[in-house]
Structure formats: C-alpha cells, structure tokens
Design a binder for this molecule. Structure first.
Ligand SMILES: [Zn+2]
Length: 330
C-alpha cells in the first residue's frame, strides 16, 4: 500500500513550534520600514554606497522614530511565534546613542514576550577615531559586539583585532561579525575570522554572519575551511532573502569567475561538517531590501530551495535552537 501524502511545510512548522518557536538571529530593526518615495531610488546603489545612504534618516530620526521601527518588527516577530530576536543597532557618529536609547525602551516594553539580544553595528568602521569612540560606547551597552571588516577594507585583520580586544575588555562578550559578503573568490575573510578566533582564544564565542564568498571557493578549500571553523567553534548565520541577489549587485562591473553556486553560504555542507547554522531576516523594507518583509517562513524557504536542503530536523534546528546557540542564549 502506498504511504499517505504529506505536507513537508506543515511538518517543518510543527517541529519548529515544538522547539519553542522561530529564532531570528540577524536583523537591523532600527532601520526597518524606513523606505519612502524619496529614498526608494537609492535601492539600486551598490552595497558599500548604501552604508552611508541611511545617514539622512539616522540624523533626523528621533529616539521615538527609531523605537517605532523597532517595535513594528518586534510585534511582527511575536505574531509569527519568534522566541528570540538578535538585532544589530547602529551606534556611530551619525546616529549617536539614539538607537541605544530606543533599544532600552524596547527591552523594557517587550522583555516578557520575546528574548531581545542587541549587537552594535559599526557601519562607519572601527579605525576612524570618531567611529571608534562610538564603537566603544556601543560595546558597553550591547550583549554581543558587532563587526563589519569590509568597512575598513585593507585593514580587515586590524578591524578584527579591535573587535576581539574590545570584547575582552567588556567582560568577554561574544562577537557577531558580518563577513565574506561580496560573493567573491578573492575574499577569504571567514578563514581570517576563524584564525583570529583561535589566536585570541575565543573559541565558541563568535558567529560569522553571511559567509557568502565561501561558496565562491573550490570544494577542497571549503572542506578545509569547515574544519578550521569547527575548531574555532564558529556559528554561521544566514539571511537567504537578503543575499540571494548577490551574484552581481555588490558593485561589480565585470564578470567574476568561480564555482557555480547560489549566493548563500553552503549550508548543507556546513551542517554536514558539524557547524552550527542559524537563520536571520537581515534588513526589512529599507533601501537595502525594499521587498524583504521579515517573514521567517520565507527566509527558511529560500534557504532550503537555494541549497536544495530537505533534512526537516536540521532545518527545524536552523530555524530555532541553532539561533539560540548563535545568540549565546542558554
Ligand atoms: Zn547585517
């Protein structure tokens, strides 16, 4: 007799629920929903250009404006059954401490409904003295220290050293680092992050966010890299919708040759290698991702389709408990 038809989506959603619900391990909720008729035309700019294009909003926004963006995301996460949310918040010379103030208020309001973990975004880098000052201020407030080595291009190792030293100074806080975002075979920053994690004795306290360029490397390199990442205890956080377009929009004006792959970290391989992989939404309706709506199922669907990964238990873990591990929630 033939077995009964199944609905794999239903099975997956039930498994996620049984594990306490979704975990959104990466977002930028302070800049969500800031898309408007004027800034929509900026959506086509290159990534590194966009890093400065939110400045106008950040300069003019009040703490209440930022709080409203954050609260709208958090309400939507609660509605979806998200148990924990890890979000970067900008702390830099443009926005000052406004996102910190909004985050404080947010945690007071929602702490009984959802676990909120804050990470400081360093969209102005950590090398510039004024940016560095705000980075230090952000580092004191947040639960996890955030990084973006590409902003200090040419000084990636130095940027990482500053992150680790600052994390140690702040009682050994863990790290989340945006890494290997360009989907380029010339970029090997995930390996650098693993090396730095080992060098600083920070095993098991670092999450690598995105790792898109890993898929642009040859298979043999990838397997060696996973071993090193495992030794360093690196978690990986993927945000499928945010990056699936990254085969050509990252400011590249020429063809880049590499192994054929979708623009996402090789999740299936990473899980097989024993790495902790988690899921995030990244930007929501802003100039980076005008159509991203923070829907957790859409993110998981993109992941499983882009990687052709159908292991329901592994996917349920990625969508829930792995996120808690990546956010260092016991
Ligand atoms: Zn991010």
């Amino acid at each position: 007799m033939a077995s009964q038809p199944i609905d794999p989506k239903r099975i997956l959603l039930d498994k996620i629920k049984a594990k306490g619900g979704w975990v959104n391990a990466h977002a930028h909720i302070d800049r969500a929903y800031i898309l408007n008729g004027d800034n929509f035309k900026l959506t086509d700019e290159a990534l590194a250009t966009k890093w400065d294009l939110s400045d106008e909003f950040k300069k003019n926004a009040s703490v209440d404006d930022i709080y409203d963006s954050m609260a709208r995301v958090v309400e939507d996460m609660i509605r979806q059954g998200v148990q924990a949310l890890g979000s970067f918040i900008d702390v830099d010379p443009v926005i000052g401490d406004k996102a910190i103030q909004a985050a404080r208020k947010l945690r007071d309001r929602y702490q009984d409904d959802i676990e909120l973990i804050f990470i400081n975004q360093v969209v102005k880098g950590v090398m510039d003295p004024e940016a560095r000052k705000w980075f230090e201020t952000g580092a004191e407030f947040v639960d996890i220290i955030g990084g973006l080595p590409e902003k200090d291009a040419g000084h990636e190792a130095e940027h990482l050293d500053i992150l680790f030293e600052t994390a140690k100074k702040n009682g050994g806080k863990p790290l989340h680092v945006h890494i290997d975002q360009y989907n380029s075979p010339d970029q090997r920053d995930t390996e650098l992050l693993a090396d730095k994690t080992l060098e600083h004795g920070y095993q098991g306290k670092v999450a690598a966010v995105h790792c898109i360029s890993v898929g642009a490397q040859p298979a043999k390199y990838r397997q060696e890299l996973y071993k090193k990442m495992k030794d360093a205890g690196l978690s990986v956080i993927v945000c499928p919708c945010g990056w699936i377009d990254n085969s050509w929009v990252a400011g590249q004006d020429h063809d880049v040759i590499g192994p054929i792959h979708n623009a996402i970290a090789p999740v299936k391989e990473m899980v097989a290698a024993g790495l902790n992989v988690a899921l995030g939404t990244d930007n929501i309706r802003d100039i980076y991702k005008p159509f991203s709506d923070g829907d957790m199922w859409t993110e998981l669907r993109f992941l499983l389709e882009a990687c052709r990964f159908y292991d329901l238990d592994a996917l349920a873990d990625i969508a829930s408990v792995n996120g808690k591990a990546a956010l260092f929630i016991d």
